[in-house]
Design a protein. Structure first.
Length: 136
């Protein structure tokens, strides 16, 4: 019971927590958001939202890059901080530009993803990652 209220933690607990954070948020982003966009690229490329005014196809390509490739890099812990930075930028644009006038409830999922990827950016992927294996 004492441990439940303790502010101390072990390295193993921290690394397991980072693994859960990476794998959970990375997989959910890939599977629930990115994969469908990748599979339906041809149908979406001419009508995808363009919040930055760079064109429908470039906006879709950046979204797929973030939601598929960066998400998978996060899951495996490869180039984790770089992938997390790209995802922080992606979700920042999503929240501040695309959902600018939406109520907080509509922005909630994007904010949760942003916070998770900010944590990975600041803390790193943890010991159980490819980054650790290759010495990054």
């Amino acid at each position: 019971m004492k441990k439940l209220f303790s502010t101390n933690y072990t390295d193993a607990a921290f690394n397991f927590g980072m693994l859960l954070l990476r794998a959970g948020f990375g997989f959910l982003l890939f599977f629930n958001h990115g994969l469908g966009k990748l599979q339906s690229f041809d149908q979406r490329k001419d009508s995808f939202a363009d919040p930055l005014g760079i064109g429908h196809t470039p906006s879709l390509l950046f979204t797929i890059f973030a939601e598929v490739f960066c998400a998978l890099l996060i899951v495996f812990g490869l180039l984790s901080r770089l992938a997390a930075l790209a995802l922080v930028i992606f979700f920042g644009v999503l929240i501040l530009v695309y959902h600018k006038h939406d109520p907080l409830k509509q922005k909630e999922m994007a904010i949760l993803f942003l916070l998770a990827f900010l944590a990975i950016l600041f803390c790193g992927p943890g010991k159980w990652s490819i980054d650790k294996l290759i010495g990054k």
